[in-house]
Design a protein around this ligand. Sequence first.
Ligand SMILES: Cc1cc2nc3c(=O)[nH]c(=O)nc-3n(C[C@H](O)[C@H](O)[C@H](O)COP(=O)(O)O)c2cc1C
Length: 299
Amino acid sequence: MNTEVTIAGVTFKNPVMTASGTFGSGMEYSDFVDLNRLGAVVTKGVANVPWPGNPVPRVTEVYGGMLNAIGLQNPGVEVFVERDLAFLADYDTKVIVNVCGKSVEDYLEVVERLSDEKVDMLEINVSCPNVKEGAIAFGQNKDALYDITSKIKAKAKQPIIMKLSPNVTSISEMAKAAEAAGADAISLINTITGMKIDIYKRQFALANKTGGMSGPAIKPVAVRMVYEASHAVNIPVIGMGGIQNAVDAIEFIMAGATAVAVGAMNFHDPYTTVKVVEGIEEYMTKYGVEEINDIRGIV
Ligand SMILES: Cc1cc2nc3c(=O)[nH]c(=O)nc-3n(C[C@H](O)[C@H](O)[C@H](O)COP(=O)(O)O)c2cc1C
């Protein structure tokens, strides 16, 4: 049985990754999860300078998942390199760094700072719905997406994954724009913009008013978008959105994803990623699947 997958020349021992922002850089989880079992750790978004994030409350539960409006709080790339990358260097897993910024220059600064560090791939977040400048502004307009992708590709030493927003009319058009601009892969979906109102406080549940919806309830939307995007482009697709178990992960792979990421479910059960790895192996044994790649896009 072979669970290896390759994306832009980088080989992952299995297709299971952590979704950015739901696993830190693995430090908090490493007491529970053997990080060596994961295909990759995808870190929380990192910017050129520290960001404080949004005012609280910035997470709230909803039926089938959660809303968050963290606002990309992060310590900045310098602390990240010294602390988080140093920590991850001890593990036998691939490292994908999620990058955020308010301007193209911000993104380029992070990408250049990471160019000689032990980072396997960069995931460029152009799809966070919770910050006022940058981020999603690049991910909702195909010309802006093309522009930022080509500029980052020209500077990046590592292969780049463009993380796409579901908050668009045509995911296929956005996927094609990223591919045309030189992206090595795409990942989707980021969270879907939502809102919750506390009727007793007569107030929004989140200080930011809106937040990004994640968790099991968004999975059918995510599977549909991964299917559409993977049929629109020839570059690999990393699928995510509501994955709870191996059945969900295999669904994404059959829709066309080369790899998958587990997000909000890490909060519910910190062992989810490893359970997904084991569940995929069990499925392959039981149903005689020799190569994980043999079931990719099979529907
Ligand atoms: C609390 C929280 C923080 C997140 N932070 C980031 C982030 O920094 N960068 C990013 O690209 N996506 C971020 N995401 C989006 C997830 O990586 C993922 O795309 C999304 O939650 C859908 O997957 P899920 O339903 O499995 O959580 C965040 C999601 C949550 C719930």
